[in-house]
Design a protein. Structure first.
Length: 226
């Protein structure tokens, strides 16, 4: 594939990724307003997949997986090969597969008066395993890919900001599960907001490379990892 062809293909995948991020947020907000009216503060986002409109959230999980795949392709089409780029892309791909798995394994919704995330069934337990694995792998991917992006000519400040938000959200989620289970929903959503924001910012940055060509001026440390 020619350099121009790679740039054009990358731009297409980046555009699709950005559109899917927006779609994900819109669906999330709309579902939050529909029955059974789960709490943003105390109910996990995955609860939206349980109820009369749960199918829409299942589609959203699948869309997040496709979005992750689009970002992976865009990353692999950018710049020379490097250790950070490859490892980050693999981890992001795994996180996308975990998101896709959530379509088939519904979470256990808390009973009245219950808070936190306490699976009661085998399916609910599998859901938690995939969700937890997805959170850990995607944040590891974001760290590696942000370091890779920061080696380019222009700083990827937005991606870095959203990475901080995502990491802070995960720490918030972990602590809330132990100390304040009644705010688990807010904590989880803050982490997801950081992840989605990073994906949008990174895709926008890589899409902008269409006019400038491939990412240049990678750091010496990143070249050593090639």
């Amino acid at each position: 594939m020619t350099a121009q062809g790679r740039a054009t293909t990358r731009a297409v995948f980046c555009t699709v990724a950005m559109a899917l991020v927006v779609l994900y947020v819109v669906v999330d907000v709309v579902l939050q307003l529909l029955p059974p009216h789960y709490s943003v503060m105390s109910d996990a986002e995955s609860d939206l997949a349980v109820g009369p409109f749960g199918w829409a959230m299942q589609v959203n999980f699948a869309a997040r997986a496709v979005m992750s795949g689009c970002v992976v392709v865009a990353v692999l089409l950018t710049g020379p090969p490097s250790g950070r780029r490859t490892a980050g892309a693999v981890l992001l791909g795994i996180a996308g597969l975990c998101s896709a798995a959530l379509v088939f394994f519904a979470t256990d919704v808390n009973r009245p008066g219950e808070f936190g995330m306490r699976p009661r069934t085998a399916i609910g337990t599998v859901h938690v395993v995939f969700a937890t694995t997805g959170f850990i792998t995607v944040l590891a991917a974001l760290v590696l890919l942000t370091l890779w992006l920061s080696g380019a000519r222009r700083s990827r400040r937005a991606a870095t900001v959203f990475l901080v938000v995502a990491c802070a959200g995960l720490l918030f989620l972990a602590s809330s599960l132990i100390l304040a289970p009644h705010v688990v929903g807010l904590a989880e959503r803050s982490c997801i907001a950081g992840i989605l924001g990073w994906a949008f910012a990174a895709a926008a940055s890589l899409r902008g490379q269409r006019k400038r060509g491939t990412v240049s001026r990678f750091s010496r440390r990143d070249r050593v990892l090639t």
